[in-house]
Write a protein that binds this ligand. Structure first.
Ligand SMILES: *[C@@H]1O[C@H](CO)[C@@H](O)[C@H](O)[C@H]1NC(C)=O
Ligand SMILES: *[C@@H]1O[C@H](CO)[C@@H](O)[C@H](O)[C@H]1NC(C)=O
Ligand SMILES: *[C@@H]1O[C@H](CO)[C@@H](O)[C@H](O)[C@H]1NC(C)=O
Ligand SMILES: *[C@@H]1O[C@H](CO)[C@@H](O)[C@H](O)[C@H]1NC(C)=O
Length: 401
């Protein structure tokens, strides 16, 4: 009992110290974001402590925290919701009940969580998908791909590709009365990374080419070559997502080896033979002037790491490192960026590169936004910002899908 009280006391103290972390002054709903930021950092601290003491692994503690908001599939007056599987991978389907003459559009939804956390079961995602199905009269497919570190790269991606290809089969689309010419892939954060990669892979596969009408990427991470882009530096301490947290978690997708995250933190993880790839992520070429501020481009140090991770040069991890000819056939793209988000510049670079080769991109920049806002649309962590992004996204789908 004494020990528990002590732990609780320590948590309160750490929460209070985090809550006084200064915030950028133009953030919307400042107090709520400060509270969320303090919660995220306290969870991170607890997880780190448990891992250090040896009670439980860092990621397992975070899995417990994020599973609190899991929902069961429940149908309502408008939507039938079922958990099933597509080619042995768990999916949650949202099927509109109302009769319609026309075939329906469809959205394939890939959740975020740094490849380690999360599920379509999270209440905010369940809400988003139900909302999408209802507003658009669309079929929505949420994918529970395998998570790291138990299932490292490319397990998550393979599952998303399998589900998408399974769903795209003529007989399956017919079964759910989906219009094959109105299918969108959507993902947030690391789900956005996966959505971008699935779209690239399908578009470069003759059997699947042009079957995806649109991709919607919500504040995705799109590369792991340079981890000191201006936004990575400016927002390294959050709000909500910190550079240390994202690197620690995302590295688990590649390896449980502790050497890699340390090298990535120093931005000294890439091998010498990757030099030719840096032109694809050079922020000094692709970032709009406004975001360069007084940052000075420095070449990352290569060849310091004596262990080789071939995945670091794999475009299935970093969709930004494909060449222009692979980008130019990509479908209509919707990208949301948030100003106060360390992953912001990944998207800004992707937008420049896509537009340079003529891909049609709708860019929604949320000036007062923070990372992960779409996950904060249900009690007790409710941000108006999340609802606003959701509405903008649904409106875009209504007009474009
Ligand atoms: C069902 O759809 C109607 C019309 O869009 C809406 O007013 C109602 O709130 C929906 N019900 C639920 C449970 O979402
Ligand atoms: C990146 O851009 C800077 C400034 O334009 C340039 O000096 C540098 O050589 C570029 N590096 C790569 C790898 O493209
Ligand atoms: C790699 O480098 C680390 C120190 O940077 C060293 O401890 C380790 O022994 C090296 N491993 C190999 C295989 O050379
Ligand atoms: C682009 O990359 C693809 C795949 O790596 C390659 O086949 C193609 O030749 C490259 N095109 C150009 C113009 O470099």
């Amino acid at each position: 009992m004494g020990f528990k009280a002590l732990c609780f006391g320590l948590l309160c103290v750490s929460f209070l110290s985090y809550i006084y972390t200064p915030m950028p002054d133009n953030i919307e709903e400042t107090w709520k974001v400060m509270a969320l930021d303090a919660i995220a950092k306290t969870c991170n601290l607890v997880a780190t402590l448990c891992d250090t003491i040896g009670i439980m692994k860092y990621e397992d503690v975070l899995v417990i925290f994020t599973s609190v908001h899991f929902t069961k599939p429940f149908s309502d007056e408008n939507i039938t919701v079922i958990d099933t599987d597509f080619s042995d991978i768990p999916v949650r389907l949202y099927l509109p009940k109302r009769k319609s003459e026309r075939k329906r559009p469809a959205v394939i939804f890939i959740h975020g969580g740094a490849f380690v956390l999360g599920s379509y079961k999270i209440s905010a995602y369940d809400d988003l998908n139900r909302w999408t199905a209802n507003k658009l009269d669309a079929v929505v497919v949420g994918i529970d791909y395998r998570l790291a570190p138990k299932h490292p790269f490319p397990a998550a991606l393979e599952d998303c590709v399998h589900v998408t290809k399974f769903f795209l089969q003529e007989n399956i689309l017919a079964k759910y009365r989906v219009d094959p010419s109105r299918i969108c892939i959507m993902g947030d954060s690391s789900g956005g990374t996966l959505a971008a990669t699935v779209t690239q892979l399908l578009q470069n596969d003759p059997k699947c080419k042009d079957k995806i009408k649109a991709q919607a990427l919500m504040y995705p991470g799109l590369q792991s070559l340079d981890t000191l882009l201006p936004s990575h530096q400016e927002y390294q301490h959050g709000p909500i997502l910190t550079r240390e947290m994202i690197i620690k978690l995302a590295c688990l997708y590649l390896t449980e080896d502790k050497v890699l995250p340390q090298a990535v933190l120093r931005n000294e993880h890439m091998p010498t033979e990757s030099r030719h790839l840096f032109k694809f992520v050079n922020w000094s070429h692709f970032l709009p002037e406004k975001y360069k501020k007084n940052h000075v481009y420095t070449e990352p140090v290569l060849g310091k790491l004596n262990v080789s991770y071939p995945v670091l040069v794999d475009s299935r991890l970093s969709p930004l490192i494909v060449n222009d000819s692979q980008l130019q056939s990509l479908p209509l793209t919707y990208i949301v960026t948030c100003e106060h988000d360390l992953l912001r510049d990944d998207s800004l670079i992707y937008i420049s590169r896509l537009r340079n080769v003529g891909v049609k991109v709708t860019h929604e920049h949320i000036e007062k936004g923070v990372h992960g806002a779409l996950s904060f649309t249900t009690a007790p962590v409710f941000l108006n910002l999340g609802v606003k992004i959701r509405e903008k996204y649904i409106n875009w789908l209504e007009e474009n899908l």
